[in-house]
Design a protein around this ligand. Sequence first.
Ligand code: ADE
Length: 236
Amino acid sequence: MRIDVVSIFPSFFDVLEVSLLGKARGRGILDVRVHDLRDHTHDRHRTVDDSPYGGGAGMVMKPEPWGEALDAIVADAAASPTLIFPSPAGERFTQSLARELSTREHLVFGCGRYEGIDERVFEEAARLGEVRLVSLGDYVLNGGEVAAMAMIEAIGRLIPGVVGNPESLVEESHEDGLLEYPSYTKPSSWRGRDVPPVLLSGDHGRIAAWRHDQQVERTRARRPDLLPAESVDAEE
Ligand code: ADE
């Protein structure tokens, strides 16, 4: 997969060189290219923002540098990309959206700052590929960079070959609509706390049933919004 990132803080993405994604880049599974939006300005101050038409607080990112930056990326791409703009006003980022995006050949992340990007940039970008405004959650970050990093990690680890043992992707939180079950390792007793005896029983049927019960119980306690309404009501 090819991933292009456009940001006024390209060094934010230096961490993509370490850990599993760094290894995937080294092995040629992931081709990540980070671009400085200011390289597409033409004034002495490398200006990327201006005051909003209609008034209001804050600054808006100007369309011209964005238009140039996105055109340059697409000019040098084989396939039509999916363009993702992290935004608190976007659709919610979920595991199922991560899975969907992990099948794309080319993703472009446009990281806005300030009060956002001139709306016409999204309309223009739609001429280049599918445009998605995507929110990490119902809170506001200072810009799209941290959100893009989180999405790149969630998407990248689903690409075949990035995570060494693909089975470890199956039993995770959100893959089956439930939170994951609790995990334990040696020693079996630590500071007076014992590992649940069923896990030492060797009875795989009982272990699977116990883990499923734990998943349902945790999901009900921490994230009842993930359960069908009738199953939550039934417990009350
Ligand atoms: N930019 C600012 N806040 C954000 C959020 N919650 N999700 C995605 N991008 C953002």
